[in-house]
Design a protein around this ligand. Structure first.
Ligand code: OSB
Ligand code: MG
Length: 373
């Protein structure tokens, strides 16, 4: 595979339903789409699913744009490799900036699988034809609003698993209300995006959640607060899932060694690409941690890659890969669809969705290409 051209498109789409976590609130998203072109004129797409503000991770859309246009894209043009994993070698000196790198790595996989005429899922090591999806629900103004969201997505759309965003002051009461309204059949978990500290009031609220049969408590403490998380994990039976704490395989080894959690959320963006996500999947399996694929409200490009990744055998828990329509009235690709919370893994060569270039261009904020036209 020889990469002859690299383009970056910043695209803005409105969200169907405003989303609030302990760290941010959003009504629209701007993601970067990486388009790589090979010598035969094929194109492969990858998504930089970075939030606009540095509240989830240090990365922002602006820093990702800067790093992609200054370092990553210029470095990959002209690269000629046997395997998609090797493309990252062209920018190995770049530290961090994993959201930006993830878009380039994923585009390399999409391009390579098209050339090789294999489905992305199979090339990554996927073994499943369907993946179970869950919905991630933000913090709502009232408990009634939250119950309406759960009803809509769980009872009406049929998603079997619901994750609730929590923060100090919005934790035990919403969880109790959802359990009481929907019963024990609902696979339920919470995600705090690091909003809790070892303050006694915070710890008491988190421990109280142990009574509700949650599948996991995701990222209760700050990123890489490994020892705080380990002390908490020893005091409860609900597994702690780590998201923001795990950027690298070494972070996962550290978390495992310290007992800072028992479950891993693998995000393509957070870990720097599909290659890194597969490596994290393999290491989690070796360490005996159940894992699942997390999301960052991806457009269709990143969403299709997340579905393909979710088909790997070690991803034994539902993924955050609900259908495009949960997020966007219209997507930049043919939509990812779900039936009763199950998404079919694409079997066409490459990414398995078509990019709607006309719609993309209409919603584009800026673009840059290498070599410059
Ligand atoms: O922590 O998983 C998270 C969205 C933005 C930032 C952080 C997170 C999320 C989600 C969305 O929970 C999951 C999805 O894409 O459905
Ligand atoms: Mg999370």
């Amino acid at each position: 595979m020889k990469i002859v051209r690299a383009d970056l498109h910043q695209v803005r789409l409105p969200l169907v339903h405003e989303f609030q976590t302990s760290s941010h609130r959003k009504g629209f998203l701007e993601h970067l789409l990486v388009e790589l072109t090979d010598a035969e004129g094929r194109t492969g797409w990858g998504e930089v699913a970075c939030p606009s503000d540095p509240f989830y991770a240090p990365d922002t859309v602006a820093t990702s744009w800067h790093v992609a246009t200054t370092y990553l894209l210029p470095a990959v043009v002209g690269v000629d490799v046997e395997r998609p994993e090797q493309v990252a070698g062209a920018y190995r000196r770049v530290r961090g900036h994993r959201f930006a790198a993830a878009g380039v790595d994923a585009a390399a996989w999409a391009l390579w699988t098209q050339g090789a005429q294999v489905p992305l899922a199979r090339a990554l090591g996927g073994t499943r034809a369907e993946v179970v999806a869950g919905v991630s629900l933000g913090i709502e103004a009232t408990i009634d609003d939250l119950l309406e969201q759960v009803r809509h997505h769980h009872l009406e759309a049929g998603y079997p698993r619901v994750k609730l965003k929590v923060q100090p002051g919005w934790d035990v009461e919403p969880v109790r209300a959802v359990r009481e309204a929907f019963g024990d059949g609902l696979l339920l978990h919470v995600d705090a995006n690091g909003a809790y500290t070892d303050d006694p009031g915070h710890l008491a609220a988190l421990r109280a959640l142990d009574a509700f049969g949650l599948t996991m408590v995701e990222q209760p403490f700050a990123p890489r607060a490994f020892t705080t998380s380990a002390a908490f994990q020893r005091s409860v039976s609900t597994p702690v899932c780590l998201d923001e704490s795990i950027d690298t395989l070494d972070d996962l080894r550290t978390a495992h060694a310290l007992g800072a959690g028992r479950v891993l959320n693998v995000k393509v963006s957070r870990m720097g690409g599909l290659s890194a996500a597969v490596a994290a999947h393999d290491l989690a399996r070796e360490l005996g941690w159940p894992a699942w694929v997390g999301g960052m409200h991806e457009f269709g490009v990143g969403r299709a890659a997340n579905v393909a990744l979710s088909s790997l055998p070690g991803f034994t828990l539902p993924s955050d890969v609900s259908a495009s329509e949960k997020y966007y009235a219209r997507d930049v690709t043919t939509p990812v669809v779900a039936h009763a919370g199950v998404v079919t893994v694409a079997t066409a060569p490459g990414l398995g969705v078509e990019v709607d270039r006309e719609f993309l261009v209409r919603n584009r904020v800026r673009t840059a290409g290498f070599p410059a036209a």
